[in-house]
Design a protein. Structure first.
Length: 165
């Protein structure tokens, strides 16, 4: 798709969205990637740009979900969960919403506005922080680490303000 917009116009009209997907578990394991690729191709064909993704993996659901397929209701207790983050217009998000709603492979989905940055807080980061906190409590670490006093709430707010601007 050719884009005739000026860079500033594109920045104003383009937003970042994330589509969270639950694909039906009746899809054969080897066809999950193919089904997920079809969704990504629909986004790109409609003029969207893929920012990041997580290929769906089989997960146990918190509760049983029902989907009507071929005139009967089927209950699922597992599904393939994945997501794709993409950039595009509000019209693109509506088009993808309609595409996902019509797909027989999609059990549930959600399309939301988000940010481009990766906002995942991984288990490894949490473990590293816990180890650093333990080392700090034991007095191990950077020189002078024990000399620091806790930051006040006002100082923390000022630091956060600097990061947001």
């Amino acid at each position: 798709m050719q884009n005739d917009m000026a860079p500033n116009e594109k920045a104003e009209s383009a937003r970042v969205y994330e589509a969270g997907l639950l694909l039906v578990p009746s899809i054969a394991q080897e066809n999950v990637a193919k089904s997920f690729d079809a969704i990504k191709k629909a986004i790109e064909k409609a003029g969207g740009e893929i920012v990041s993704e997580e290929i769906p993996t089989l997960r146990t659901l918190a509760y049983t979900m029902v989907k009507a397929l071929t005139g009967r209701k089927i209950k699922y207790s597992t599904a393939y969960f994945g997501w794709v983050k993409f950039e595009g217009s509000a019209e693109l998000a509506k088009e993808i919403d309609a595409h996902l709603k019509a797909s027989e492979d999609v059990l549930r989905y959600l399309v939301i506005k988000t940010v481009r940055e990766n906002t995942l807080y991984s288990h490894r980061v949490a473990m590293a922080k816990a180890e650093a906190d333990a080392a700090h409590a034991a007095g191990v670490g950077a020189a002078g680490a024990g000399d620091e006093s806790p930051a006040s709430e006002v100082e923390m707010d000022k630091s956060i303000e600097k990061l947001l601007v």
